[in-house]
Design a protein around this ligand. Structure first.
Ligand code: COA
Length: 162
């Protein structure tokens, strides 16, 4: 089940995020891994209207998290939020990513957002395929990101909520 992320989730969230740095995942190009302290600071900024959620299974085990973030600091974009999702590597490819998007769409709608944006590297096929039922592909920034010395295309997906 989904619940709001709390500071006590920072360790689990950092661990799951850092798994996404593995080379064959094509999700992140971070050089320094996330730390629980950095995740606490990030959580401090993820209050409404930009919430973070964790997904818990039995024994309160957290196996993933997702969030809405500010798309731009410019005032004309206040109705737009960006989605993020990170799932423990042992629980990917089983539909949780789609469940997260459905949860984020509902949360964003309730919070009054007008548009959602999802960005993904083109080689992150799991991310793009799981977003397919919800989002429309609207732009590609070719060779925008360098991961381990290789240039990657940055795909932008869009969903209109109202
Ligand atoms: C991206 C992520 C959130 C997607 O969640 P998920 O639970 O794995 O995805 P789902 O099970 O909902 O959907 C996966 C889709 O990819 C397909 N898939 C499954 N395993 C795959 C694999 N090894 N390679 C490519 N596609 C795969 C599935 O068939 C499904 O597509 P379909 O619905 O057309 O059949 C998750 O994989 C993850 O946390 N990855 C690491 C972090 C990350 O990349 N975050 C996103 C940054 S943009």
């Amino acid at each position: 089940m989904f619940r709001r992320a709390t500071y006590a989730d920072a360790d689990d969230m950092a661990k799951i995020y850092n798994q996404a740095m593995k080379p064959d995942t094509f999700a992140l190009s971070q050089i320094a891994p996330d730390t629980p302290n950095e995740r606490v600071a990030w959580l401090r900024e993820h209050q409404d209207p930009f919430p973070a959620f964790v997904y818990e299974i039995e024994n309160s085990k957290v196996i993933g998290w997702c969030s809405l973030s500010r798309f731009s600091v410019r005032p004309e974009y206040t109705d737009v939020a960006e989605t993020s999702r990170y799932i423990d590597e042992n629980h990917r490819g089983k539909g949780l990513g789609k469940l997260m998007l459905s949860h984020l769409v509902e949360a964003a709608t309730n919070l009054g957002f007008r548009l959602l944006v999802l960005r993904s590297y083109e080689r992150n096929t799991r991310s793009l395929r799981s977003a397919n039922p919800f989002f429309r592909r609207v732009a590609v920034l070719h060779e925008a990101a360098c991961i381990q010395g290789e240039w990657h295309n940055d795909v932008w997906l869009w969903k209109k909520l109202r």
